[in-house]
Design a binder for this molecule. Structure first.
Ligand code: 5AD
Length: 437
């Protein structure tokens, strides 16, 4: 009988895409997919290393998963935490048999074989050429899909572990990306999100990100095109023009700012000032009317003063973000920031985080309340967790609950926003006749 593999995914969208890739690698090797760890011969946890609490959660989860381990079964850690800790993870967590980093998924079948044979194994080699081009990812069929276009990162933001877990930056060839998107569109996927650590810096040697947007945006059947995450200063005029002139490109950008203080940005080795960041937003707003912005913000970076934190608070209002993910700085061993002096005490960082969350929430609520009454195009994605409503998304990235049957997944509707919790919306379909457009 085919071996069954269960994969649990933590962290970013690229991990979601990498899990699909691993199902591709293992499916090709004859594995069947298990949706329940109790039914699996092989359990893999695809991990994140970006903050300590993400790693602590995984350690805890390994303890739970080991109970499902079959005789001869394998429990593996893959992804960024595996890469960061390497073979040391085998020593630290005795129940783990397998540790595999993001560049070694091609070897998963052999590595699992070794581990199943009782040989605890780690492969955390970097392979800069690796794009898994020959491995079709196994995705859940649906209206939306992630497509990795760039792996690794050459920036050196001082807080960030990713360059050390995902290695050097490299871009897939444009033709390969387009071919994958064509296949997705042929299967009924109409929204594609391009993934890369600094995705707007995409370059395959011949084509830049502007070329990529135009090419992917003109694939038959692609009606919405998104990307994440861009680096603020990599929005060249060419890229903004391509966004403006490619109808599929959605009016939303996730634009991580990290801090509103120039002094902190400098210590983070971010390559922009507050003013430059705001200028990039202005250029995007001018080129793409109606564009919305979400961001990432870190508080409590080493030596962040009260005054510097206040500058972050004032940026939330000035930039007028539509959404923000907020984090307390987490020391990552081996990153340059870990060696900086004057680490901020935990209670101070927590208090700052609370204030920041409040400021973000107030801004988002005010903007969302003002949106009630507007009519938006909504792509219906999936059943909502509660009730029997369907969850959809506007081009500007607002989540909308609609009273539609489960069969409506994948449909486009024009909907009026009828109410908001402050973060998500309820909506009512206004022109069902347009749904088939
Ligand atoms: N501590 C806290 N947050 C971090 N991020 C990255 N590294 C750290 C860290 N060491 C945040 C950044 C990034 C997001 C994915 O995670 O805001 O944009």
């Amino acid at each position: 009988m085919a071996k069954r593999v269960y994969i649990e995914t933590y962290g970013c969208q690229m991990n979601v895409a990498d899990t699909e890739l691993m199902f591709g690698v293992l499916g090709r090797a004859g594995y069947a997919r298990a949706d329940d760890p109790a039914e699996a011969d092989v359990m893999l946890v695809n991990t994140c290393a970006v903050r300590d609490n993400a790693e602590q959660r995984v350690i805890g989860r390994m303890g739970e998963l080991q109970r499902y381990k079959q005789p001869g079964g394998v429990l593996g850690v893959v992804g960024c935490m595996a890469q960061r800790l390497g073979p040391a993870l085998l020593e630290r967590v005795p129940r783990v048999d397998l540790v595999v980093g993001p560049d070694a998924y091609r070897n998963l079948d052999q590595l699992i074989g070794l581990a199943a044979g009782g040989q605890r194994t780690a492969d955390t080699g970097f392979r800069e050429w690796e794009h898994y081009e020959d491995v079709p990812p196994v995705r859940e069929k649906g209206p939306t899909a992630f497509v990795t276009v760039q792996r690794g990162c050459d920036y050196r933001c001082t807080f960030c572990i990713v360059p050390y877990t995902r290695g050097a930056e490299r871009s897939r060839r444009l033709e390969d990306v387009v071919r994958e998107v064509q296949a997705l569109a042929a299967e009924g996927t109409s929204e594609v999100t391009l993934l890369g650590q600094t995705v707007n810096g995409y370059h395959d040697g011949r084509h830049d990100f502007a070329d990529l947007l135009r090419s992917v945006g003109s694939v038959d059947g692609v009606r919405r095109l998104r990307f994440t995450s861009p680096y603020p200063t990599d929005f060249t005029p060419r890229v903004i023009e391509a966004m403006a002139l490619t109808p599929a490109v959605c009016e939303h950008v996730h634009l991580p700012v990290q801090s509103g203080s120039d002094a902190v940005l400098r210590r983070m080795l971010r390559r922009y000032t507050r003013a430059r960041y705001l200028e990039v937003m202005e250029q995007l707003r001018a080129g793409i009317p109606g564009i919305t912005f979400s961001t990432d913000i870190i508080v409590g970076f080493p030596a962040e003063t009260d005054a510097q934190f206040e500058e972050t608070l004032s940026l939330v209002a000035e930039a007028d973000f539509d959404d923000a993910y907020t984090f307390k700085y987490s020391v990552r061993e081996g990153t340059p920031a870990a060696r900086l002096r004057d680490h901020v005490p935990a209670d101070v960082a927590s208090a700052r985080l609370d204030r920041l969350i409040e400021a973000v929430r107030a801004n988002v609520r005010r903007k969302n309340v003002a949106r009630v009454g507007q009519v938006h195009e909504v792509l219906v994605e999936r059943p909502a967790r509660r009730g029997d409503l369907m969850l959809g998304r506007t081009r500007t990235n607002q989540l909308v609950l609609l009273d539609l049957p489960a069969g409506a997944a994948g449909e486009y509707h024009r909907a009026r926003l009828t109410g908001t919790t402050g973060s998500t919306f309820t909506g009512a379909v206004v022109a069902p006749a347009l749904a088939v457009l």
